[in-house]
Design a protein around this ligand. Structure first.
Ligand SMILES: [Zn+2]
Length: 138
C-alpha cells in the first residue's frame, strides 16, 4: 500500500511535501514551542527543496495576516452575539489568546500554502513509480 497521499489538498492539510506528498514539511511537532517553525532544507523522501529561493517565506506573512483576520472575526463575532457585546478588553484578551494559541498552526499552514502555490513544483505522481523502479534495479 502506498504511504503517500494522492490529493494535493489532503497533502497540504497533512503538511506533506508538494512533490511526493510523503515527506513531512516540518521536522518537529507543532507543540514544540521553540522549534515549531523548523523545516528541513529539502524533503527527506524525494529531495525537493523546501526553500526555492532565499527569503521565500516572507510572502507567507500575507497568508498569516489573512488567517489572523479570520481568527479575529471567528472569535469577535460570537463574543458580540453570544456574550452581549462585552467590554473592549474582553475582545482584545480573547482574540490575542486564541491567536497566540493558534500561532504554530497558522504559521505552518501559511508556509505550506505559500510553498504549494508559489514553490514552482507540483505533485509528481510518476515519482513513486520511478523510485520503485530504481530500488528494484539495485
Ligand atoms: Zn518530497
Amino acid at each position: 500500500m502506498a504511504d503517500h497521499i494522492e490529493s494535493s489538498t489532503l497533502a497540504l492539510l497533512a503538511l506533506r511535501c508538494p512533490r511526493c506528498h510523503e515527506g513531512k514539511l516540518f521536522s518537529t511537532s507543532a507543540l514544540n514551542i521553540s522549534k515549531f517553525a523548523r523545516m528541513p532544507a529539502q524533503c527527506p523522501v524525494c529531495g525537493q527543496s523546501f526553500e526555492p529561493e532565499p527569503g521565500f517565506y516572507f510572502g507567507s506573512m500575507y497568508i498569516t495576516f489573512a488567517f489572523n483576520v479570520a481568527t479575529m472575526f471567528a472569535v469577535g463575532v460570537p463574543l458580540y452575539y453570544f456574550f452581549g457585546n462585552p467590554d473592549t478588553w474582553v475582545y482584545v484578551v480573547t482574540v490575542t489568546a486564541v491567536t497566540l494559541l493558534l500561532t504554530p498552526l497558522i504559521l505552518r499552514y501559511s508556509r505550506a500554502i505559500m510553498l504549494y502555490l508559489f514553490g514552482g513544483t507540483g505533485y509528481d505522481s510518476s515519482w513513486h513509480t520511478r523510485r520503485r523502479a530504481s530500488s528494484e534495479a539495485i
